[in-house]
Structures are given as structure tokens and as C-alpha cells.
Design a protein around this ligand. Sequence first.
Ligand SMILES: *[C@@H]1O[C@H](CO)[C@@H](O)[C@H](O)[C@H]1NC(C)=O
Ligand SMILES: *[C@@H]1O[C@H](CO)[C@@H](O)[C@H](O)[C@H]1NC(C)=O
Ligand SMILES: *[C@@H]1O[C@H](CO)[C@@H](O)[C@H](O)[C@H]1NC(C)=O
Ligand SMILES: *[C@@H]1O[C@H](CO)[C@@H](O)[C@H](O)[C@H]1NC(C)=O
Ligand SMILES: *[C@@H]1O[C@H](CO)[C@@H](O)[C@H](O)[C@H]1NC(C)=O
Ligand SMILES: *[C@@H]1O[C@H](CO)[C@@H](O)[C@H](O)[C@H]1NC(C)=O
Ligand SMILES: *[C@@H]1O[C@H](CO)[C@@H](O)[C@H](O)[C@H]1NC(C)=O
Ligand SMILES: *[C@@H]1O[C@H](CO)[C@@H](O)[C@H](O)[C@H]1NC(C)=O
Length: 464
Amino acid sequence: MRASALLVALTAWMAVTPMAVGVQLNTRISDPTVDPFYQGPSGFESKPPGTILRQRQINASFFGFIPNPVEAWQLLFRTTAINGSAIAGVTTVFKPAFPQKDRFVSFQTAYDSSSPTCDPSYTYQLGSPQTDLISSLEALILQVYLLKGYIVASTDYEGPDAAFSPGRLEGVGVLDGMRAVSNFYETLGFSTDQPDIVGVGYSGGAIATGWAASLHPTYAPELSIKGWVHGGTPSNLTGTMSHIDNTICSGFIPAAIDGLAKPSAYGAELHAFIDEVFTDEGKSILDYAGSHCAVITLFNFMDKSILSTDIQSLGSDFLYNPGVAAVLAKNIMGVNKTETPTAPAYVYHAANDEIIPYSNATETVKAWCENGANVKFTNFAAGGHVTTEIIAVPSAVEQVDNFFAGNLTTGCTSDEVLSDSLDPLALGLNLEPILAELLTALGNIGDNDSNLKSNASILKDIIS
Ligand SMILES: *[C@@H]1O[C@H](CO)[C@@H](O)[C@H](O)[C@H]1NC(C)=O
Ligand SMILES: *[C@@H]1O[C@H](CO)[C@@H](O)[C@H](O)[C@H]1NC(C)=O
Ligand SMILES: *[C@@H]1O[C@H](CO)[C@@H](O)[C@H](O)[C@H]1NC(C)=O
Ligand SMILES: *[C@@H]1O[C@H](CO)[C@@H](O)[C@H](O)[C@H]1NC(C)=O
Ligand SMILES: *[C@@H]1O[C@H](CO)[C@@H](O)[C@H](O)[C@H]1NC(C)=O
Ligand SMILES: *[C@@H]1O[C@H](CO)[C@@H](O)[C@H](O)[C@H]1NC(C)=O
Ligand SMILES: *[C@@H]1O[C@H](CO)[C@@H](O)[C@H](O)[C@H]1NC(C)=O
Ligand SMILES: *[C@@H]1O[C@H](CO)[C@@H](O)[C@H](O)[C@H]1NC(C)=O
């Protein structure tokens, strides 16, 4: 990333005094596993979901070392584990200098890891070690919303255990994070305690967003949600796992299995089973995934197969073992009619997505539409998974604006985008420097993700 050019551009627009680069980093920040802020205070279990349990101001940053001159807070809030018990989650709220006062964007970043060290609440702080390409890229997209004048909240939706992939846990975490931000309305200067909200997320962030959309009508119907925007959506974990096994992205599979088996997720269902069928090598791969961030985990299990008997004794039957299949089946979006989103959704996906199967996402959209949802769907026909996240930024941002404005098409519509490029002026002159950065990233990734596919070491270049 051309980080210094970015800093100059950002501070210029935000019309605030730029802090010097190379400021002394705040060495007091600590990893979520040892930072007492993350622990629910005694008695928190009896508070209603979304109650703020602790709050603090933080120094927000780009990439951990460039100060982001916006005000930012973190809220510890009460949320709920899969088994119904109380757990504590954290959300980070960013407030630009001249915000709109009756609304915020809930930005689900794709941290895709089962290690609490990779929690976005940690990554966003000045002085935190940076861990992966995904959050660096997405920090730019989050910044687009801030520069448009939206307050943005970004929740550690995987909860206290960093449970990557259990959609129901993540969706509930997102909704309780939204409640916490609404409860923080006085400090944020909102004109209302019922601010309007649009939820956005891509890839791993779309698991959380799609499930929040699904659970909103029953779990948190009081929230004033105006729409959902998600793309590259892993709506069927079985489909995703079989699609990426033995590819450069197979490392997401051990991260997901480790995530599903966390105590706050499906530990009760999976823990003993994993102990029994995983080999020592398999267990060490799960442990690695549970203690490293996404990109490093991908390198560790690149081009390997979870279905190998070197990893677990069931071999190719693994995903269809009744215990595993039962957990995976609970995490398919669109199968339960009561869990159809009531707020409108914009869903987008690359037909050539090499990581998240297109047909699984369109299957969910079809089910939602049959059950009365309003969904606009776009096929980004010329992109791969990562390139589409970038190419689609202007469309996603425009939809967020449309949802807040109540500018909707009702029912279901779909269209296709054939372009594989990004117009750096698509969102106006103000946002041109950020879109130019994204365009550079697009060039590094290559058409249809070709550089990622042919030469995974490009990842190392992009993150350094
Ligand atoms: C933010 O950084 C400044 C300068 O390094 C430091 O004095 C201050 O304590 C930090 N604030 C927080 C909330 O960490
Ligand atoms: C989920 O994906 C699996 C295969 O990967 C498929 O067999 C199953 O039908 C899909 N489920 C739904 C509800 O789409
Ligand atoms: C989901 O994706 C998998 C992997 O590509 C595919 O085998 C399966 O048919 C898809 N399921 C549906 C219902 O589209
Ligand atoms: C229920 O969830 C809590 C919170 O994550 C966990 O500590 C506990 O072990 C779980 N209980 C069972 C029986 O799995
Ligand atoms: C469908 O979803 C609703 C709301 O989450 C839930 O109460 C119900 O048990 C679900 N039905 C099935 C068959 O899982
Ligand atoms: C991306 O891949 C698709 C299918 O393989 C192909 O039709 C399309 O031309 C490719 N686009 C580019 C820019 O290479
Ligand atoms: C409403 O949305 C449509 C489709 O995205 C767009 O073309 C139109 O300009 C929008 N209208 C307003 C008033 O924003
Ligand atoms: C892979 O990328 C690295 C770093 O960009 C470069 O040095 C190397 O030549 C590339 N290898 C291939 C086979 O393209």
C-alpha cells in the first residue's frame, strides 16, 4: 500500500490537524486475550442483549501505524452464544468530523480468523500489529463511508472466542452491536436513540451481514434497519468448503472448523468429535488456524485437503458425517422462511468466484425472493472473488445511500455488470484518492484474481 500518499490525501480532506507520522505508538494497547476491557464485568449476564458494559475512547489508525484522525470509541456489550448463554462482544465506532446524526453504517469486516488476536477492535488501534491483506483493503472501504459523512460501527461479530463462520452467532453479534451503538446515541451526538442503519459486508463479512439480515425480524425487530448490502456471500458452508478444498484458499477450512468448535458456537456438538477423528497433524492444523490470522493461515494450509486421512480419519466422508452435517445445515441461509430478511437487500457476486460458490448465493437469493424479500442482485460477470470486492465498491456505496434515502425497487430484480475495472471518479472527486488506492490493489490482484491464483506470494507483497 502506498500508505504515506494515502495519509496525505486523507488528512487533507478531513480538514483536521494531521498528527505527525512516526508519532510514538501507544504501547499500552494489549492483545484481546489479555486486555481486561474484553471481559464482561460481574453480573453482566443478567443485562439485556446490547447493553453497554464498558466503553473507552481509542486512537484509531490505518494499518496500525498511521493515525486516523477521527474520534473512535469501543463498546463492550452483552450478546448471546449459540447455546443461549450470555457472552460479551466489542464494537468499534468511528465518528467523522461532520457526521449525519440520525444514521450509521454497520461495517462487517472479513477478518476470517479464529484467533482473538485478529479481532478488528484490536487491528483498528494505533500500535497494533497488522496481520492481513483483507483488513488492510477493507480499512480503505470503511474509510469511504466515513468520508461520506456516515458514522461507522465495526463489530467483532465472531464474539469473545473468535468463532469464525457460525453465521447465527455472528448475526446475533452484529445485531447486538447495533443495539449497543444505538444505546450510545448521546455520546455520538445522534439526534435519536433509534438511528437508521444499513449493514454491509463482503465474503466473511457477508456471513455476518447475511445472518444479521436473516435474524433481524425475530431477534432484534426494534432496530431501524433500512437495508443490507453484501457480496461474495458464503451462504452455504458445505458448498464453500467443498469448493475451496485443495486450493490456495483451503486454509479457510481449518479456520472455519476451529471456529465452529468454539465454546460460544458448537463446541458441545463438535469438540469430542474432533478429538476423536482428527489426527495429530489435523489437530495441529486446527490449533494453528486458531492462533493465527487469515493470510498466514492460508499459507499454512495452501493446496491441502481437509478430506485427507492424514488430517482426519473419515477422509472424504468428513463433511457428510451426521454430526458435522447437522452443524453445517444450521448455517445455510435461506432455508427457514421465518428467517427471511424484511429490510431490502442488495446482494452481489461474481459468477466466476473461485472462493465462494455463486450458485449457493443465488440459491439463497431465490429462496428469500420466494418468501417475499426485496432483493436486488448483481452478477459481476468479469471478476474473481477479490477483484469483485473492489469493482463493486461504487455500486455498494450507492445502494447504501439509496437504502438510507428509501429509494427502493420493490420485489426482486437482477442485473449484470460486465466491466472489470473501477472508475476512480465513480464516487466523486473527494473519494478519488481512496478509489485510486483500490485501483492499485486491483492491478496487483490481476484480472479475475489471476495473480492470486497463479502466484500466491503476491499476497505477501500486498500486505507489506
Ligand atoms: C492516543 O495517543 C496519544 C499520543 O500517543 C496518547 O497520549 C493517548 O493516551 C492515546 N489515547 C488513548 C485513548 O489511547
Ligand atoms: C449446500 O451445498 C451442498 C453441497 O456443497 C449441497 O449439497 C446442498 O444442497 C446445499 N444446500 C442448499 C440448501 O442449498
Ligand atoms: C453449492 O456449491 C457447491 C460447490 O460449488 C455445489 O456443489 C452445490 O451444487 C451448490 N449448491 C447449490 C444448491 O447450488
Ligand atoms: C454455552 O456457551 C458458553 C458461552 O460460550 C460456554 O462457556 C459453555 O461452555 C457452553 N455450554 C455448553 C454446555 O457447551
Ligand atoms: C425458523 O426460524 C425461527 C426464527 O429464528 C425459529 O424460531 C424456528 O425454530 C426455525 N425453524 C426451524 C425448523 O429451524
Ligand atoms: C474472467 O473469466 C471468465 C471465465 O473464465 C472469462 O469469460 C472472462 O473473459 C475473464 N475476464 C478477464 C478480464 O480475463
Ligand atoms: C434511486 O436509485 C436508482 C437506482 O440505483 C438511481 O438510478 C437513482 O438516481 C436514485 N434516485 C435518487 C433520487 O437517488
Ligand atoms: C511471484 O510474485 C513474486 C513477487 O511479486 C515475483 O518475484 C515472482 O517472480 C512471481 N513468480 C511468478 C512465477 O510469477
